[in-house]
Write a protein that binds this ligand. Structure first.
Ligand SMILES: NC(=O)c1ccc[n+]([C@@H]2O[C@H](COP(=O)([O-])OP(=O)(O)OC[C@H]3O[C@@H](n4cnc5c(N)ncnc54)[C@H](OP(=O)(O)O)[C@@H]3O)[C@@H](O)[C@H]2O)c1
Length: 294
């Protein structure tokens, strides 16, 4: 039975994804796939883990490329009859540094939303049909994806839409697209989105990932397959390329909550569809409060 179980971590040639693969190799009963958009970087990362006595497998996966996701799906279906664990870790952050133009902000909005929200959603839409009963899905969000990151008087209506228990994929896609389109004209704040700043485009994309997780949770509650659980997680402020190596946690610490969620035992009651902090506590995604950083 365990021979046929399989776990996949997207974007895992470095950072939190890499450490999550390491943790899963030690604790998951089944095959663990390290995936990377670059075969070269992926295979090098696999070699690093092999030196530690671990046995990750490798598959190429670029979430920006539909055919790459489809190839992975077919491989999982043919080899394992489906998928048991999916950690949606791959993401980008394009900081809006001082001196950059409005045009660059608009481009960042488009590119970031495409990878972090739309292409992560596409991975889910392609791989969810092959999830097996008791599967676990973990979406890497961020404290910067917490709903309270949207501030300002004009944002009350927007926050109500994003947190609605009736929100649909179509409505959420429309809201995310509205951010991208309004950012092209420098008009995003008119619609309640946060003002242009260092993390704004990343913020909004991760708010999208978190709002999407709540929709996906509702869908799994109605799914005919038994006990499929999804959660979204803030892994902590982690020392990776994304944080420009300023994060306070090691990648191993950053992988603690994501891998715990990936390994939730069968038929647990909680967490389900919830926003989980790096110390494994559950945080109300709508109201907060968020715990202090450390
Ligand atoms: N670091 C933090 O403090 C922090 C805090 C909160 C949340 N997070 C979240 O945690 C997750 C991991 O972040 P990290 O800090 O470990 O970042 P990282 O070190 O920059 O690693 C990101 C990984 O995603 C991959 N990736 C990017 N675009 C991809 C694509 N199109 N297809 C497949 N893989 C792709 C990267 O591949 P390449 O090596 O080829 O670029 C890399 O392996 C992200 O979702 C991030 O938003 C991080």
């Amino acid at each position: 039975m365990s021979e046929n179980r399989v776990a996949v971590v997207t974007g895992s040639n470095q950072g939190i994804g890499f450490a999550t693969v390491q943790e899963l190799c030690a604790k998951f009963e089944g095959s663990v796939y390290l995936t990377a958009r670059s075969e070269e970087r992926g295979l090098a990362a696999v070699e690093e883990l092999k030196k530690l006595g671990l046995q990750p497998k490798f598959h190429q996966l670029d979430i920006n490329d539909e055919s790459s996701v489809l190839k992975l799906r077919d491989h999982l279906k043919d080899t394992y009859g489906g998928l048991d664990v999916l950690v949606n870790n791959a993401a980008i952050l394009l900081p809006f540094k001082e001196g950059l133009s409005d045009e660059v902000f608009a481009e960042h909005a488009k590119t970031t939303m495409q990878t972090n929200y739309f292409d992560t959603q596409r991975v889910c839409k392609i791989l969810f049909p092959i999830l097996k009963p008791h599967a676990r899905v973990v979406n890497l969000s961020s404290m910067l994806g917490h709903l309270t990151q949207i501030t300002g008087e004009d944002s009350v209506e927007l926050k109500a839409k994003l947190s609605s228990p009736y929100l649909t994929y179509e409505e959420l896609d429309g809201l995310m697209q509205n951010f991208v389109d309004s950012a092209q004209k420098g008009e995003h704040t008119k619609y309640g989105w946060p003002a242009t700043g260092y993390y704004t485009t990343y913020n909004v994309s991760k708010i999208g990932v978190s709002a999407m997780t709540r929709i996906q949770h509702r869908d799994f509650e109605r799914d005919s397959r038994e006990d499929i659980i999804i959660n979204h997680v803030h892994p902590g402020y982690v020392n990776t390329q994304m944080s420009e190596y300023r994060g306070v946690l090691t990648i191993e610490k950053g992988a603690v909550a994501p891998s715990w969620l990936a390994l939730l035992p069968p038929n647990v009651q909680e967490p389900k569809g919830l926003f989980v902090w790096c110390d494994k506590t559950i945080v109300d995604w709508v109201k907060g409060p968020m715990p202090p950083l450390d």
